[in-house]
Design a binder for this molecule. Sequence first.
Ligand code: GDP
Length: 139
Amino acid sequence: MATNRTFTMIKPDAVEKNYIGGILDKINAAGFRIVAMKYTKLSKVEAGAFYEVHSERPFYRELVDYMSNGPIVAAILEKENAVEDFRTLIGATNPAEAAEGTIRKLYAESISANAVHGSDSDDNAAIEGNFFFSSLERF
Ligand code: GDP
């Protein structure tokens, strides 16, 4: 059953370019409610654990280095059909293939530095939200 919640990160490349405000505007305009949010920085160990599911992929090391390279914004978002609708809002993994108007089309620079993360399932949304937030940090 859908939980109506997803998890997102504004990744280091987008934070560095001052895109936090623009990306949050798109998220709010699309009807998502912010349940939890924090500005933080992942250590290499934490980034490695977050992306453990990709540990066999050839780009894993590069991904971990990039995601621990600077601060990020982590958030839990709520909306009906949140996981699928958020994936539509952010667009394809590779910004060159992302649809017009999507967050990655607007703000991402490459397939690795692609501005935002969005959970790919309700189960992963719950796991990823729990990685960053306690129950006391959700409203
Ligand atoms: P997502 O669900 O759209 O984020 O894509 P994936 O789950 O397939 O990959 C997770 C993240 O790994 C992506 O958001 C990118 O930051 C990174 N990534 C994916 N494919 C590649 C690649 O071919 N090269 C590199 N360097 N990074 C990649």
